[in-house]
Design a protein around this ligand. Structure first.
Ligand SMILES: CC(C)(COP(=O)(O)OP(=O)(O)OC[C@H]1O[C@@H](n2cnc3c(N)ncnc32)[C@H](O)[C@@H]1OP(=O)(O)O)[C@@H](O)C(=O)NCCC(=O)NCCS
Length: 429
């Protein structure tokens, strides 16, 4: 061990010439022992494509580091410098790997430290999603001052199976100091918000009994196929929901950055699985039209291997349409899943408690609490990651990871989420 420690001479930015070695590190770490392809067991298959990696390391929006030992690349980690608007300044880490022969010598911990130092000046918020099958990932971030913020059940298919992820974050004190006094949360969110905010040393927002937006089931029961895919018959108010990727993207892109989160959804450009896999990914937009005009739209990315769909963007003209649109999307995704496992995720912020109550009414439950995640009107708001499982009872299987995460704050969060799931099941029974 002392020998290796003294030999780790450099952590440096990755170069295009490292691409093959980087792909090799991911292949070694994620190749299932019983056979099968590593790229099929990792949420970002583009990391196995040397051409993509060689370009990505030069992308100024990405910070990608390697650890070198005697001229050989033995470890890596990276981050998108900002997955939000210019006000949000949210960095997202990815790809922490150390080659098997070099593990256990603090290389992973040092890589995380170097990565944080490299993005710290630009980022107010650093998200690190860490694995639960091995302790290495979360230990490396914990050693660098990250705190647990949530838990994602059945997040990704890895060599360990449908692996849950532990969400962690490091947040600048400037960002925490800008949290809005007008934020509020529902009673259901409180159970998760309390321990997270306590660990960050900041106050709980007002807890409010919010009235959910209408989720008009009558308008959604008569689905029909249209040339563009799913559509609903116009509901009582004349609203029609259908898949229309082109019109949806146009609508979503027409909003200014300072209105990015105006509909209550925290819209971040989180890292997505690579584009060269049409069989694995479905990226689509749903639009809501009234009188032929688009009045709301949402972008949904589904990973068929992970059986996970993320509602990554949602904008609407005026408040209140979100419920109908999300209900339509949930209905469509549930029909597609045809009784199989499906996880659906959406991030809602604390500036819109009605939307929190709306997604709760649609059987989403809070799985992460992100303090001061997004910037709006010179203030910052917390956000809540909500998760919906087609079979909510499945959540209890995620508790198997508890004994592997010997981090009391993280264990407490997981148990609290479990309590929320159990209580909401009782209430809906
Ligand atoms: C996670 C990983 C990068 C850690 O690299 P590393 O250089 O061995 O990390 P460090 O030496 O800094 O170890 C930090 C801690 O994690 C522990 N650890 C490291 N790898 C571990 C593993 N596979 N299982 C359990 N614990 C592990 C170390 O014992 C150390 O514990 P300590 O602080 O209590 O002494 C490496 O194990 C790896 O590449 N794993 C496969 C890919 C992976 O899971 N990446 C993490 C994604 S979140």
């Amino acid at each position: 061990m002392p020998f290796l420690e003294s030999c780790v001479s450099t952590i440096r930015p990755a170069r295009p010439a490292d691409a093959l070695a980087l792909c090799g590190l991911f292949a070694e770490a994620y190749r299932p022992p019983a056979g099968g392809e590593a790229r099929e067991h990792y949420p970002f298959p583009q990391f196995f494509d040397p051409g993509w990696v060689a370009e990505a390391v030069l992308d100024p929006g990405i910070c990608w580091l390697v650890a070198e030992l005697e001229g050989k690349v033995v470890g890596t980690v990276g981050a998108e410098r900002n997955v939000g608007s210019r006000f949000d300044r949210v960095a997202e880490g990815f790809g922490l790997v150390v080659s098997q022969g070099a593990r256990g010598h603090r290389i992973g911990t040092r890589l995380m430290a170097a990565l944080y130092a490299a993005v710290e000046e630009q980022a107010h918020y650093f998200i690190a999603e860490t694995r639960t099958a091995d302790a290495g990932g979360w230990k490396c971030v914990r050693h660098n001052g990250f705190k647990p913020t949530g838990f994602e059940p059945f997040a990704h298919l890895t060599p360990a199976g449908r692996e849950a992820m532990l969400l962690t974050a490091r947040v600048s004190s400037a960002a925490l100091g800008q949290r809005s006094a007008r934020a509020s949360i529902t009673q259901m969110v409180r159970a998760l918000a309390e321990p997270v905010l306590e660990s960050f040393g900041v106050a709980l927002p007002e807890v409010k009994r919010a009235v959910p937006f209408a989720v008009d089931p009558r308008g959604l029961t008569r689905m029909r196929q249209s040339p563009s895919g799913m559509a609903t018959e116009p509901g009582p108010a004349g609203h029609l929901i259908e898949r229309d990727d082109e019109a949806g993207l146009r609508y979503l892109q027409s909003w200014d950055q300072d209105q990015a989160h105006g509909a209550g959804v925290a819209c971040l450009r989180r890292l997505e699985g690579g584009h060269g896999n049409p069989d694995r990914y479905d990226r689509r937009c749903f639009v809501m039209r009234a009188g032929g005009r688009v009045v709301a739209a949402a972008r949904v990315v589904s990973d068929r291997r992970d059986r996970r769909a993320r509602i990554l963007d949602l904008k609407s003209h005026g408040q209140g349409l979100q419920g109908l649109l999300i209900a339509g999307i949930v209905k469509e995704l549930t029909q597609e899943a045809a009784g199989d496992h499906l996880t659906t995720v959406i991030d809602v912020h604390t500036g819109n408690p009605e939307l929190q109550a709306t997604v709760e009414a649609l059987n989403f439950f809070p799985t992460a609490y992100y303090p001061a995640l997004i910037g709006m009107n010179l203030e910052r708001y917390d956000a809540i990651q909500y998760t919906r499982l087609c079979h909510r009872g499945e959540f209890r299987h995620s508790l198997d990871v508890l004994h592997r995460i010997c981090w009391p704050e993280a264990q407490d969060l997981i148990l609290r989420i479990n309590e929320v799931v159990r209580a909401s099941k009782r209430n809906s029974a």
